[in-house]
Design a protein around this ligand. Sequence first.
Ligand code: RNT
Ligand code: ZN
Length: 422
Amino acid sequence: MSDSKGIERAYESARQRYAELGVDTDKAIERLGKIAISLHCWQGDDVGGFESSVSTLSGGGLVATGAYPGRARSACELRADMEKAMSLIPGKHRLNLHAMYAETGGKVDRNELTAEHFAAWIDWAKAKGLGMDFNGTFFSHPKAESGFTLASADEGERRFWVEHGIACRKISEQIGRQLGSACVTNVWIPDGYKDIPVDRKGPRQRLRKSLDEIFAEKIDRRWLLDSVESKLFGIGSESYVVGSHEFYLGYAVQNNILLCLDTGHFHPTEEICDKISSVMAFLDEILLHVSRGVRWDSDHVVILSDELRGLAEEIVRGDYLERVHIGLDFFDASINRVAAWVIGSRCMLKALLIALLEPTDKLREFEHSGDFTSRLAILEELKTLPFGAVWDYDCSKMEVPAGDAWLKEIKDYEARVTSKRN
Ligand code: RNT
Ligand code: ZN
C-alpha cells in the first residue's frame, strides 16, 4: 500500500474526477462517518454462545461450516477479537449481541436472564463508546428441540419462550438507557415444518399471540426498538416457516415495530433492494441483516457484490440512512474469524461510500426526462471511477489501515493470539 502522501495525491485526483460529475467527495466521507454498522458477535465463535463450556450451535437450521483454528472460547476472548476487528474498520459502530452470550456460568436459564448477566458486555460497550443491539436466542436449547418455540402447541414450551422474549426486552431497555442509544432488539425463531403441513393457520395464530404477549409492555422507543425477522425456509423447515415475510410484514405494520429483512431469507433469485422502498412506505424504521447466501441461506461473508451495492444505493437514494438499521449476519468457520468481520464490514462501508459518491440528482433528471440512454451510460461510467482512492483516504483519515494493510495486523494477531487457542 502506498504511503500517506500517495494516498493524498490519489484522493486529490479522485476528488476532481468526482467534482466533474457534481459529486462532493468530502461530503460523502463525512456522511459515511456517521453511519454505524451493527457488528454481530456470533461471527467470532460460530454462533456458539457461552452458556456452557461445550456450547455449540444446534437446532434452528443454522450451520457454521469449517474448522479454522482460533474460535473465541469465552466472552473475554470474543471481546478481544471484536476489539481487534473494530480497530481495522473505519468509523464508530455497534455491538450486536445474542442472549446466549450471557455470562452466567451456565446457571441461569433463558427465561430468567437479566441485564446483570450482560454487565461485562455493557461495560465494555460503554468504555468503547459503542451502541448495542440485542437478540433473543430461540435455538440451541433443549426447549427448542421440537422445532417450535413461540408457535409451539405445547403451552409450557410456548410460555417459556414468551418469558424469554419478555426478559430480552427488559435487558434491552437497560442497555438502551445505560448507553443512551436505542437498542434494536430482534426476534427470529426457527419454527416450521420439514414436510408439508396440514395446519398452517394454528402455528401462526399462536405466534401472533406470543408476540402480543412479548410486546404487551410499552417501552420507550428512545431505549428499545423491537424488530421481527422473517424467513422463507431453513434446514429442517423446508416446507413451512411460521414467521414468513407476509406474516411479519403484517405484524410490523399493524404494531408499528421494525421489520428485519435478511438478505438470505428470500427466494434465491430474489433481492431485498427492491423491497426497501415498498416497506418504508408503511414502516418508520427497519432492520437489515446483511448476509450472503450462496445457493441457500448459507450466511457467507458479505462481499462487494452487485446485491450489496444495490442495497446501499437504495438506502442512500431513498434518504433512509436514519431509518434503516444496518446489521450484519454471517458466520464462516473456514477462514480467520476476525478477518471475516473486517472483510464483511469494510465491504458494507465501501458499498455505502460508492452509493454516497453517486450523482443521484443528475441520474434522476435523466430518468424523469426519459433520457434512459444517459441514465445507463452514466451508471456504467460510475463503476470505474476511483472510489478506491476515496476509500483509502477515508481509512487513513479515520486512522485505520488503508488498502490491504489490515491483513498484516490480522496475521500478527493470529500468530500471537488466536492460533494459540485449541
Ligand atoms: C437465521 C437468522 C438469524 C440468525 C442470527 C444468529 O436464519 O438469520 O438472524 O442468523 O440470529
Ligand atoms: Zn438474520
